[in-house]
Design a protein around this ligand. Sequence first.
Ligand SMILES: Nc1ncnc2c1ncn2[C@@H]1O[C@H](COP(=O)(O)OP(=O)(O)OP(=O)(O)O)[C@@H](O)[C@H]1O
Ligand SMILES: [Mg+2]
Length: 271
Amino acid sequence: MRPIEDGGHHRSWQHEVMGRTVSFVNQKGGVGKTTVTLGLASAAAHAGHRVLVVDLDPQGGSTWVLGIDPVDVEVSSAEVLGRAPASKAIVTSAWGEFVDVLPAATRLQDREHGSGKDSGKRLRAALESVVGNYDAVLIDCPPSLGNLTTNGLAAANHAIIVVEPSALGLRGIGAIADVVDEVWDAENPELELAGVIVNKVPGISGEADRRYEELTEAVGRKAIWQPVIPQRVILNQAIGDRRSIHSFGARSAEVSGAFDQLWRKLRRVIK
Ligand SMILES: Nc1ncnc2c1ncn2[C@@H]1O[C@H](COP(=O)(O)OP(=O)(O)OP(=O)(O)O)[C@@H](O)[C@H]1O
Ligand SMILES: [Mg+2]
């Protein structure tokens, strides 16, 4: 893959457009899409900013961590991809008044193989009617490049690729960039590839360092958001305990601080 900033790509990664809706994508599972989405939501709430987390993953990970059991959800993102208004699905999360969630349900899986295009437009229209209530709308996409991720991209102004610095973690970035291009071309001219967030960076690892260099060569240094997110057990614990990373106070200061910086960067990008 060519470096994105070399001008060979027909759109710049740095160009900023209006719009507060951001999709977090990678077809590889377990790289940290949900962790990064929720870390940013946590940072936003800590700063007194309001966010909406949209869960487009049938596994419902972010829904669950935000205090809602996907099996109890009556109006979910699956219905909003159908005809339901977003306001019928959105609920306040257990994290408090600053974080709302548009929850997932297992039946979302049926949408992965249904017709994709119109549902993306419906989601986009549904989110446009509520985006004014939030500083940002964060869409947690599933580990695939199928209809659900395509719908998430069709509804977003910005796409952020979440990667981990391993050989397998970096494979497929080109395919994601291609899907972003396809959605941009076919149905969403406002979509921008905002950059790459690197997650699960080990303290000392020659292997991870080499992969980071590979990533830099592939996407260009400017496309990689700083700081990277270190690999830390507290992030596992936060997810397992359904808590925001900031709720751990001093114990999570390093990781919370990283998300604070990424949130400030995201605010600049969506302004
Ligand atoms: N920086 C990190 N340090 C330690 N553990 C992490 C970190 N980021 C994520 N994890 C853990 O890795 C696992 C996968 O993370 P997460 O669910 O965020 O990935 P995902 O990309 O959303 O996965 P999926 O593709 O299944 O939706 C979780 O158990 C999470 O707690
Ligand atoms: Mg996830």
